[in-house]
Design a protein around this ligand. Sequence first.
Ligand code: ATP
Ligand code: NCN
Length: 224
Amino acid sequence: MAPAQTDRGGRRVRLGVMGGTFDPIHHGHLVAASEVASKFDLDEVVFVPTGEPWQKSKRRVSTPEHRYLMTVIATASNPRFTVSRVDIDRPGPTYTIDTLRDLHELRPEADLFFITGADAMAQIVSWKDVDELWSLAHFVGVTRPGHELHDLGRKDVSLLEVPAMAISSTDCRARVAAAEPVWYLVPDGVVQYIAKYGLYRGHGRHDGAPDATRRADGLGVPQP
Ligand SMILES: Nc1ncnc2c1ncn2[C@@H]1O[C@H](COP(=O)(O)OP(=O)(O)OP(=O)(O)O)[C@@H](O)[C@H]1O
Ligand SMILES: O=C(O)c1ccc[n+]([C@@H]2O[C@H](COP(=O)([O-])O)[C@@H](O)[C@H]2O)c1
């Protein structure tokens, strides 16, 4: 993550937090973050790739480094978007309670706005230490095609309608596995990164088996 910014005009920095597995990051994530940044007058949005997404433990998930690098590539052109390693550098399952505590420590000058899509919002009651979460950030639930955005009836949660992007990482992975294009669903650099490292090619054919996305020896670059 970028070094702490000074606040403008003496007010506290307004820092959006976009957490996700980002396997791969797609334009649905980027539009949601951009829209919340605009509507909530955020100074910055930090994207936080998960380390071990415990609620996705039954799925194959690409290495944290691949997901981190794709997130860096996807956000590089926006001066207000940054990426944090707090979740991927913390051992063990990823919990938002830890994410928010770490970010408070790193960015004491900032008020946090945690951005979450309608599907994740619907699951939030199952998250670790949910009762404590509300004191650490303001939560912004955004609309997502195919999911109903529920009003939790809390004053520390806002709901926002964002431009509908019917894109999911699941669909992107399936398209790559079927040799279908993901151009314009994910940023160009991410299309090229996926091709360069051969990500998702085996998905759907031998789900659960080890492949290049799961190598323990670093980036999982296919060996010659
Ligand atoms: N198209 C979208 N529109 C709005 N929010 C989205 C969209 N896609 C994902 N999000 C939100 O972004 C966050 C991170 O999502 P995640 O990385 O799990 O992507 P995903 O597309 O849901 O992945 P998968 O299909 O693998 O479950 C979640 O809060 C999710 O609700
Ligand atoms: O804290 C938890 O228990 C928890 C459980 C599931 C998901 N989350 C967070 O929700 C965000 C979106 O997660 P995901 O799995 O939909 O990519 C990401 O920041 C996760 O760390 C958090």
